[in-house]
Design a protein around this ligand. Structure first.
Ligand code: G6P
Length: 372
């Protein structure tokens, strides 16, 4: 088994390290010049794609957070309203569906029963279904009208890492494909996104290299009983994912919040020494959100929080208010989640290890839940 881990201490560590390739492999073969072309979507017919007036992304767990990130990008590029619903909630709300609705399911295993049942429900109502899946020929992609596979390679650790990054990548590619076909995506925006994808694997590699700094941090924080995560826009689902990872493998109470929501309740939780990870958007590409987040940091710091700021390199604005600063490579705002999530994955792994837990096989959880 040690050999399968490729010298890493756990499958999760190995899989975090494989994320640059997971992104590169998912993008490969889907770019033509300055455009994204996904043959599996082309097969649905451009007229069908032009007629879609609403997208519902359905998924569970980590895949649902990938869906939340992807929703921002699809809306921005394809100008279609996108909502994300948990698979197991979807059909009980008697959803409003039509033949112009597209359901995109996101599932690493392609076997999650809750998601499969939601997909079947959608098919019965004549909705077009697209599956984003990491497992070739799994049930969900077989049932769906189109399958856009992520090529992250087999994921063994229960806590999903490289599949998550590949899911966001695939959803972005879908957004770019739809934007091109629907002519809502400016050619320069398409070219800019393609350029981001070309440099992304190297940047993810740099994010993976935050490991030693994070390991140190986790070592100091081994007794922590609760951790909060704050993010805005695409950083918000990353905050949720960072919290989920800690719950899953370190059994620590953790919550993710939209930073703007802080003052509407969660700030009451801030007490002396409360650790808070803050995902700080780029001051270059998202100046307004950046300044709002810096105010949030000041507010929680004034109330005694221990602030761990995740920033892009060169952003010194938070230095006076942060206890720890994790620096990531520069990327356009929409691409930052693919970098920000990496130190949060390491943090959960290292805290789990510091507590002497089994990182790959957390209690009570299964890699794929095949019952409803
Ligand atoms: C389980 C796993 C999670 C995963 C979720 C969805 O609960 O423990 O890590 O995110 O299922 O799995 P899927 O295979 O559908 O992505």
């Amino acid at each position: 088994e040690a050999a399968d881990k490729g010298g890493w201490s756990s499958f999760m560590a190995k899989e975090i390290n494989e994320q640059p390739e997971a992104v590169a492999n998912t993008v490969r073969g889907r770019i033509e010049g300055d455009h994204v072309v996904i043959p599996e979507l082309e097969a649905l017919g451009d007229d069908v794609l032009r007629g879609i007036d609403r997208i519902i992304i359905i998924a569970c767990g980590t895949a649902s957070y990938a869906g939340q990130v992807g929703a921002y990008a699809i809306e921005q590029w394809a100008r279609i309203p996108v909502e994300v619903q948990l698979s197991h909630e979807f059909r009980y709300r008697d959803p409003v569906l039509s033949d112009r609705t597209m359901v995109i399911s996101v599932s690493q295993s392609g076997e999650t029963m809750d998601t499969l049942m939601a997909v079947k429900y959608a098919i019965e109502r004549g909705v077009k279904t697209v599956s984003v899946c990491n497992t070739q020929s799994a049930t969900i992609p077989r049932e769906s009208d189109a399958a856009v596979y992520t090529h992250a390679g087999p994921e063994v650790a229960v806590a999903s890492t490289k599949a998550f990054i590949a899911q966001i990548t695939a959803l972005y590619l879908i957004g770019l494909h739809l934007g091109r076909v629907r002519e809502t995506l400016a050619p320069e925006d398409s070219a800019a996104a393609v350029a981001q994808f070309e440099t992304l694997p190297e940047k993810v590699r740099e994010a993976v290299e935050t490991h030693d700094q994070i390991a140190q941090l986790a070592h100091w924080m081994a007794d922590t009983r609760s951790v909060l995560f704050l993010g805005r826009h695409v950083g918000y689902p990353i905050a949720l994912e960072g919290a989920l990872k800690l719950k899953e493998i370190a059994y620590i109470h953790a919550e993710g919040f939209a930073a703007g929501e802080l003052k509407h309740g969660p700030i009451a939780l801030i007490d002396h020494g409360q650790p808070v990870f803050v995902l700080v958007p780029s001051p270059r590409t998202a100046p307004l959100m950046h300044s709002k987040i810096v105010s949030n940091i000041q507010e929680i710091r004034a109330r005694g929080a221990r602030v761990i700021a995740v920033v892009e390199k060169g952003d010194t604005s938070v230095l006076p208010y942060a206890d720890d600063v994790i620096r990531l490579p520069l990327a356009d705002a929409l691409f930052e989640p693919l970098l920000q999530v990496v130190p949060l994955q390491w943090f959960a792994l290292e805290l789990s290890t510091a507590k002497g837990l089994d990182v790959d096989q957390p209690r009570n959880l299964a890699k794929s839940v095949t019952v409803e």
